[in-house]
Write a protein of this length. Structure first.
Length: 294
């Protein structure tokens, strides 16, 4: 049994966290022009930090506005930024303990503005949180490597997937593409995409594991390729899997990619389906990525 740990010499179009790793130079697009999409796509840790920073900045600005009005808050120490800041927090959150309250028309005007800003901010933050939680996601495990080996007497590209959640994915569909560099007769380099036909690209229920299989025959873009030629052409195999999650009844999708050095030749995957004495089936995920010589 062999465990494969190969260094990544070529960049992935699809990274291991399933995000796109493409640098763009000269693009006019900015996150500041599309903050909603940016806030939906950043990680949860960054999202929480952004909310905290925005909340602190908003209360700081309103605290400075209160201080600019002089002694305008009852029971607050004159000139105290801390008292003005905590009064702003109470106002924005509609807490109103009663210990501090506005005592001038200027303070009341700032309170009105802050109450409106707080109401709008709470609505936007709630909407963003709901959108992030309600966005359908897939938890699909892909094998770390793909293999090219003989199956029924024909060379076949194979990789393994599994549904990590304890539910079902209905009408699952898998689409596989080969991407490689090609040079035209004029010497121009172009990144070309080719569809790889699978033995089975659909399954009505995706519960256990699913092995993607592409037969390398005369019609295959991989026909005649060797390990060396695949490395030379910066080859990458991109896998896209879609389906309907039975829990949320929404379409989910996930993607993965394999570089040339992540394709193992003349080896096969270890069998991970075991039938228990009571007739139940067991999936051994500890050997999910293991391969053995054919």
């Amino acid at each position: 049994m062999t465990k494969i740990h190969r260094p990544h010499k070529l960049p992935h179009v699809v990274s291991r966290d399933r995000s796109l790793k493409i640098l763009r130079k000269g693009s006019s697009h900015s996150h500041w022009r599309d903050p909603y999409h940016w806030l939906l796509t950043i990680s949860w840790g960054k999202f929480v930090i952004v909310i905290i920073i925005a909340y602190a900045i908003a209360n700081t600005l309103f605290a400075l506005a209160y201080l600019a009005g002089g002694d305008c808050i009852a029971n607050a120490r004159p000139g105290s930024f801390a008292d003005a800041f905590f009064f702003s927090v109470q106002t924005m959150a509609s807490i109103g303990y009663g210990a501090m309250f506005p005592k001038t028309d200027y303070a009341n005007l700032v309170v009105v503005i802050e109450a409106l800003v707080g109401l709008m901010g709470l609505a936007m933050a709630t909407g963003l949180m709901f959108a992030r939680f309600s966005r359908p996601t897939a938890k699909v495990l892909f094998s770390k490597v793909a293999v090219i080996t003989n199956y029924n007497g024909k060379p076949t590209l194979m990789f393994r997937t599994a549904n990590e959640r304890h539910n079902q994915i209905f009408e699952a569909e898998m689409h596989v593409s080969l991407v490689r560099d090609e040079v035209s007769i004029e010497g121009s380099v172009m990144r070309r995409f080719y569809d790889l036909k699978l033995v089975r690209n659909q399954t009505p229920i995706f519960v256990l594991t699913w092995t993607g299989m592409h037969v390398i025959d005369e019609t295959s873009p991989l026909y005649g390729e060797t390990e060396e030629t695949l490395h030379h052409s910066n080859m990458e195999i991109i896998v896209i899997l879609t389906g309907i999650d039975e829990t949320v009844a929404q379409t989910i999708h996930t993607r993965h990619s394999y570089l040339a050095e992540e394709i193992v030749w003349n080896q096969r995957f270890v069998d991970i389906l075991v039938t228990m004495p009571d007739g139940k089936r067991l999936i051994d995920y500890t050997r999910f990525h293991d391969v053995v010589k054919f």
